[in-house]
Design a protein around this ligand. Sequence first.
Ligand SMILES: Nc1ncnc2c1ncn2[C@@H]1O[C@H](COP(=O)(O)OP(=O)(O)O)[C@@H](O)[C@H]1O
Ligand SMILES: C[C@@](O)(CCOP(=O)(O)O)CC(=O)O
Ligand SMILES: [Mg+2]
Length: 387
Amino acid sequence: MEFVVSAPGKVILHGEHSVVYGKKAIASSLSLRTTVKIRALEENIISLDFSDLNIKESVGSGDLTILESQVSGSLQEPCLPNESVRNSLKCLELQNTNVECLLKQQTIFTTASLFCSLRKISGRKQGVELVGMSDLPIGAGLGSSASFSSCLAAGFLTLFDFIQTPECSENGSNKRIWSKLDLELINKWAFFGEKIIHGNPSGVDNSVATFGGAIHFQRGEITPLQCIPKLNILLINTKMPRSTKKLVGLVKERKEKNPEIYEPILQSMDEITNAVMKAYDQICENCDDVTMSKAYSDLENLIDVNQHLLQALGVSHPTLDDICLTCSTVGFHAKLTGAGGGGCAYCVIRPDVSEEAIESLKRELRTRNFECWECTLGGPGVALTSP
Ligand SMILES: Nc1ncnc2c1ncn2[C@@H]1O[C@H](COP(=O)(O)OP(=O)(O)O)[C@@H](O)[C@H]1O
Ligand SMILES: C[C@@](O)(CCOP(=O)(O)O)CC(=O)O
Ligand SMILES: [Mg+2]
C-alpha cells in the first residue's frame, strides 16, 4: 500500500498563547503545505526520510517493541507514552544537544509514538516508510508541527484501515478530503502529535491543519468563520529559530508566578479577538467605503494592541519588534504570529494600498535580512493527494 497525504500550515491572526488558557483565537490555513509519502513495509521498522530536517534514518524493531510495550489508549482516547521511555530508545540517543539534534529527536519520537500507538490498537505487525517534505519554514510560527502531525495521523489511520481512503474530491482538484467523522478522528491523533511536540498545546493549530479554512477556536470548540474577510497579508519571517515548547513554558511559568499580572493580559487578548470578529463582520458586509475604512483602522489598532500585549507576555523578540516598527513607519500594522520568540510576523494589506507601497515595504524588510511573501488565507485541510 502506498499513498501521499498533505496538510496546510496556519497563521494565528489573533489569540496565540491566550488560547492555551481557554481564551478565543482566530486562525486560518495557508497555501503552504507539508507532504508525506507513506508506504507499508513487511519489515518491522520505521524508515524516515524528512529532508527539511536532514533526517534519513530508521527506528529499529528493538525500539518499536520497547515503545509499543509502553503505549496504551484506544482509538477514540489516545494516551501519550511516558516521557521516560525516550531514555531507552536507541534512535533518540543524543549525538549532541544542539538545537538541530533536539528538533530531529522531536520528529522521530512523535512519529514513532503515533505509529506504535495506532499499530498496537490495530494488532498489525507491518513497518512503514515515510518520505516527508514541506513548503513551510519549520519552527517559524506557521504551524509546521501541526501540519506534520496531521499528515502522520491521517496517514497511519489510513494505513491501519481505521479510516477509508476518501472519495474523489468535488472540485476535481487532486486533494481528496475525508468525511467529517474521519477528520475528527484525524484531528484527535494530530493533537496527540502536537502534545508531544508542544507540551501543552491548545489544539488550534492541528484543528486548522486538519479542517482547513479559517476558524474561531476556544477550548476545542471549532467554529468555521462564515466569511473570511478578503484579507491580504504579508508573512514576514525573522528566520530566528525558536522552540514553541519553551515559549509556551515561559508564559506558563510567569502566569503561575504572578497570576494577578498575567491573567488580565490574557483576558485583554480575549477581548481583542471579540473586537476583531466584529471588524471582520463589517469588512465582510461589503459596507460603504467610509465604514470599510473604519473597520480596517479598528483592525490595525487591534493588531498593534495585540502585539504590545504579546511583548508584555515576554514572547516577542528584537527582530519581531524591528519588523513591527519597520512596518508602522510606512503605515502598515504587524504582529507576531504563533509562539513568537522569533519565527514569523504578519501585517494586513488594505485593499486600497498601492503595489508600489507593498514593494517598497518588501524591499525595506529584505534589506533587514527578513524573508517576506504575500499569502492567501483559507484553503483545504489535510487531504489524500495521490494515487
Ligand atoms: N516537515 C517536517 N518534517 C519533520 N518534522 C517536522 C516537519 N515540520 C515540523 N516538524 C516537527 O515540528 C517541530 C517544529 O514545531 P514548533 O516548534 O511547534 O514550530 P512551528 O511554529 O513550525 O509549529 C520540528 O522540530 C519537528 O519536530
Ligand atoms: C503559542 C500557541 O498558541 C501557538 C503555537 O504556534 P506555533 O507552534 O509557534 O506555530 C500554542 C498553542 O496554541 O498550542
Ligand atoms: Mg507548532
